[in-house]
Design a protein around this ligand. Structure first.
Ligand code: SF4
Length: 220
């Protein structure tokens, strides 16, 4: 169930947003990209995650090069995506593009969890610190083992709580806060995960980092 367009769970965000930005893309995607929040000049204006501003264009260019979009122009504001679903930790633009608070993140978590359970992605790409924090808690039941710069380009194996499906979590620095070289690393990391999937009908954990939570999940 998407968040309703008049959702009032976060008063400050509800008063500031132009629109509620729910997830967008292929509902049976293999890849789910999770960002932090709709940007004021981007998704808050277009209604589509990761579009309409420089960060969005960077992310769309990444998807195009990875073969996850039918578009050639990363500036498209309603791109035709291919096997990828885009969403955010919170669905409303925070005042001044500030970070979402823990309470706001918790308020919006049920909508994100419903998207995760509906789409059932094999790969979750967490873009930015707040998305990484959500992904580690939701998928691995733990806090991130390092700061965002150290997480960038690394991946972890997880098992879906409902049916033990294996998946991969890839963490990337937010495109607004990344150098050209780091974004090149992001492209290579995403390409590596997609290549691995193409080699196997199930998700391979090759190249993933072992964590105590993964080990517990794998042996449960
Ligand atoms: S961020 Fe989520 S929970 Fe908060 S008002 Fe927007 S849609 Fe509702």
């Amino acid at each position: 169930m998407p968040a309703p367009p008049d959702c009032q769970r976060c008063p400050a965000l509800a008063a500031n947003r132009r629109c509620v930005v729910n997830g967008y893309g292929d509902p049976r995607a293999r890849v789910m990209v999770v960002g932090e929040a709709p940007g004021r000049h981007g998704a808050d204006r277009t209604g589509v995650p990761f579009t309409g501003d420089r960060s969005g264009r960077r992310l769309q260019a990444l998807l195009i090069r990875a073969g996850l979009s039918w578009e050639e122009d990363p500036a498209m504001e309603r791109p035709r995506l291919r096997g990828v679903f885009l969403t955010n930790v919170v669905r409303c633009n925070p005042p001044g593009n500030r970070n979402p608070t823990p309470q706001e993140t918790a308020n919006c978590a049920p909508f994100l969890r419903e998207e995760l359970e509906a789409v059932r992605p094999a790969v979750v790409v967490a873009v930015g610190w707040f998305a990484a924090r959500w992904a580690f808690a939701e998928l691995l039941g733990q806090r991130p083992p390092a700061g965002m710069r150290a997480l960038h380009g690394r991946r972890w194996a997880w098992l879906a709580a409902a049916d033990r499906r294996p998946g991969v979590l890839l963490c990337l620095v937010h495109p607004a806060r990344v150098s050209r070289q780091q974004w090149q690393e992001a492209e290579e990391a995403l390409a590596a995960v997609l290549r691995e999937q193409a080699l196997s009908p199930s998700i391979s954990s090759e190249g993933c980092e072992a964590t105590p939570a993964v080990a517990r999940a794998a042996t449960a």
